[in-house]
Each structure stands twice: as structure tokens, then as C-alpha cells.
Ligand binder design. Structure first.
Ligand SMILES: Nc1ncnc2c1ncn2[C@@H]1O[C@H](COP(=O)(O)OP(=O)(O)OP(=O)(O)O)[C@@H](O)[C@H]1O
Length: 270
């Protein structure tokens, strides 16, 4: 479990990125931070692995304040996937995936064997292992990024707009793939997006951030759609447009919430 207790972040130039955030992120579920540009989503995410430290308040992982953890060691135990994959351009796919395990002292042969398995896990052909990132499509690069994030077998996987830079069809594929993976792996996933449809599709818990780094609502997609906390949320999720008359359908054993246009708005926990 990850817990934010009264967390604020003011950058040295005076920008108040996050203001007094209290939130519990349950284990083995996907929590999505969604909001417009500059609402503090990335800052909040980065406080989990100490890429950013709060100005006040605490971030706890399983009851331990991350401020007491050595940042590099902390980061090596938490998967991190970012937009544009963040792959090292001069290293092959397999070396990119194996980077952190090798830094942690794994033997090269073991790290590579595990990296190949991870390519299977994220749906990539092993024949791509010796390519360089520039020789892959955008969607393939993102899959390598996810494989790299999983390479240390983390309990927590942080994903910062991981599908933001790919076209809509590939994006939909990657979203489905993440739902499948999460069904198998059951990580604590914290995901940042500015796309409310993506948030509702992927999130067990959706955290709606408003400009100025405050949380407007944190709840399941269905709760948010049924009972938006305020006018900001209602407008942000489109509830005011009457488009989201919800109904539920079953696809592949999962209960999917559809909006008035028949678009997937969320998946109900079974
Ligand atoms: N290092 C920094 N120094 C000063 N201000 C910063 C710094 N990093 C972020 N900010 C500011 O803090 C606010 C929140 O930024 P953050 O990146 O967390 O937002 P976001 O919701 O993730 O936005 P986006 O969707 O555009 O990535 C913004 O106003 C941003 O300009």
C-alpha cells in the first residue's frame, strides 16, 4: 500500500505543484492520476520513488516513509515506465531490459534469460532482442519500456503517460495488453494520463487532479461517473453532457462499463 499524508510540493521557483494531498493507493490494483496539463500528476508520481521529495507531508510504502529510504536503492525496486519509453538508444533491446538487474549484480546470463522471458510477457517476439530502439516501432518501444519496468520484479510499477506518444490504434492495443498483464501479475500500478477514457478503462481507482495540484475526487470509475464530487469533475468526465448513461456488458469474463456512446468507461472488479 502507498499512502500520501498531507503531501505538498512547492518548487524552488515558488510553483505549488501539489497541495495537501491525502490518498491511499491500494496494493495490487491500478490507480490512475488524471488531470489537465500542469495539475501535478507527474510530481505526485515521482514522489513515490523520490525523484521528487515533498516540501511537507509524508509518502509511505507499506508504512515506511520513503524519506528514510536511500533514493537509488528505492528506485531499483520500483518499476518506472515513461513516455517515449526512455530506452537507452545505444543499447540493444535485451540490454535495455536487463539494465537494472545487471546494476543490482545479477549475472549476465541470468539477466538475459529473464529479459527474454519478459519480452514474451509483454508480447514481443524474441527475434527483436538484438535490435536497437530506433529499429522498433513506437508501440514496440513502449512494450520494451514496460518489460524494463518489470525486470526487477517490482511490487510497484509507476507509469507516466506511457502510451501518450503512440497512435490511437496502438494505444488501444497497449491498454488491453496492460489490462491482461495486470490480471496476470497483480502489481500495484500507478498510472498518469491526461485522457479520462484511458483512466476509466485502466483504473480500479481514478484520482482526478485539478489545476493547482489538488485532488477533486478519488474513487472507482463507476462511482465518479455516478456521483461526480463537484462541477469540475462533472465537466471533466463529461457527465454533464449526458453521454455517460452507463451500462455494463461482459467481455471475456470481465464486466466492462460502457458509456452512452458504447465506449468502454471502466472495468468492474470481479
Ligand atoms: N522542477 C520544477 N521546477 C519548477 N516547477 C516545476 C518543476 N516540475 C514541475 N513544475 C511545475 O509544477 C506543476 C505541476 O507539474 P507536473 O509535471 O507535476 O504536472 P502534470 O500534471 O504531470 O502535467 P503534464 O500532464 O503536462 O505532464 C506545473 O506547473 C509545472 O510547471
Amino acid at each position: 500500500m502507498i499512502e500520501f499524508r498531507g503531501v505538498s510540493k512547492t518548487f524552488p521557483d515558488g510553483t505549488r505543484a501539489v497541495v495537501d494531498v491525502d490518498i491511499v493507493i491500494p496494493p495490487r490494483k491500478t490507480t490512475v492520476f488524471v488531470g489537465s496539463s500542469g495539475s501535478g500528476k507527474t510530481t505526485l508520481l515521482r514522489m513515490i520513488n523520490r525523484m521528487v521529495d515533498p516540501t511537507s507531508g509524508q509518502v509511505l510504502i507499506d508504512g515506511t516513509d520513503v524519506a528514510t529510504r536511500e533514493p537509488v536503492a528505492l528506485r531499483r525496486g520500483i518499476g518506472y515506465v515513461m513516455q517515449n519509453s526512455g530506452l537507452l538508444p545505444h543499447r540493444t533491446v535485451i540490454d535495455n531490459v536487463a539494465t537494472v538487474p545487471l546494476l543490482r549484480g545479477a549475472r549476465k546470463r541470468d539477466a538475459h534469460a529473464h529479459a527474454l522471458e519478459l519480452l514474451d510477457t509483454v508480447g514481443l517476439d524474441r527475434s527483436l532482442a538484438d535490435r536497437y530502439p530506433s529499429q522498433l516501432s513506437g508501440g514496440q518501444q513502449q512494450r520494451v519500456g514496460v518489460a524494463r519496468g518489470l525486470a526487477v520484479d517490482p511490487n510497484i510499477l509507476l507509469m507516466d503517460e506511457p502510451f501518450g506518444a503512440v497512435d490511437p490504434i496502438v494505444r488501444a492495443e497497449l491498454q488491453q495488453e496492460l489490462l491482461r498483464l495486470q490480471g496476470e501479475l497483480g502489481k500495484t500500478v500507478v498510472f498518469v494520463t491526461h485522457d479520462i477514457d484511458e483512466a476509466f478503462l485502466l483504473g480500479d481507482q481514478v484520482v482526478i487532479m485539478q489545476h493547482g495540484g489538488k485532488i477533486s475526487q478519488a474513487a472507482s470509475p463507476t462511482e465518479i461517473l455516478a456521483n461526480p464530487a463537484d462541477d469540475f469533475v462533472a465537466e471533466f468526465v463529461g457527465a454533464d453532457r449526458g453521454k455517460r448513461a452507463l451500462h455494463i456488458t461482459e467481455v471475456g469474463g470481465r464486466r466492462i462499463v460502457l458509456d452512452g456512446d458504447g465506449r468502454a468507461a471502466g472495468v468492474l472488479a470481479s
